[in-house]
Design a protein around this ligand. Structure first.
Ligand SMILES: [Zn+2]
Length: 181
């Protein structure tokens, strides 16, 4: 297990578009990176994680959604692009890079996405509901955007005091984790 530190809002890597992956170049290191990403996401109960959230400048994300009476839906997306969008969703969303913050975000209800999977094979996925939300949230990360950027300006301004307060708490969490037991 290798649980990585998750970058928080305000860290530069979250605001930069990630680098497109050359699969053959990354192939050797990919399995270890994916283990770290799934371990990190599982450790905090997330449903999605983008590589830049653990400090890697790579156009890569993982998504894992629990389902009733079924194995979790678990996918790896490399160089993903959304090719079709339809409908709207307006639901609460959170982000591992903003622990403790939730906001209602306008999204597309259904998306079609093309990507490469962990074996280097091209895939095309149609996602709806929570899955579609997760896909759009992770693609935003890979484009250097965070979910609160999707809020209208007034809502973002109203969030500011709460964010400043939360940021001081994140600092304490990170510092306490660095102390030896
Ligand atoms: Zn996020």
């Amino acid at each position: 297990m290798a649980i990585k530190r998750i970058c928080k809002y305000g860290e530069k890597i979250l605001e930069k578009k990630t680098r497109k992956i050359n699969f053959d170049e990354l192939k050797k290191n990919l399995p270890a990176i994916l283990v770290d990403m799934f371990d990190t996401m599982d450790a905090v109960g997330g449903i999605g994680l983008a590589a830049n959230q653990i400090g890697l400048d790579l156009r890569l994300a993982v998504i894992k959604i629990k389902r009733e009476d079924e194995e979790p839906l678990s996918i790896v997306i490399i160089n993903p692009e959304i090719v079709e969008k339809s409908g709207t969703l307006y639901e609460e969303e959170g982000c591992l890079s903003f622990p403790g913050l939730f906001a209602r975000i306008r999204r597309t209800a259904k998306v079609k996405m093309r990507a490469i999977n962990e074996k280097g094979m091209p895939i095309e996925i149609t996602a709806e509901g929570l899955f579609a939300k997760a896909v759009q949230h992770e693609l935003d990360h890979l484009d250097g955007e965070v979910f609160i950027n999707r809020l209208p300006l007034m809502s973002r301004l109203k969030l500011k005091p709460a964010l400043i307060k939360l940021k001081s708490q994140w600092k304490k969490i990170d510092e306490s984790k660095m102390k030896p037991m």
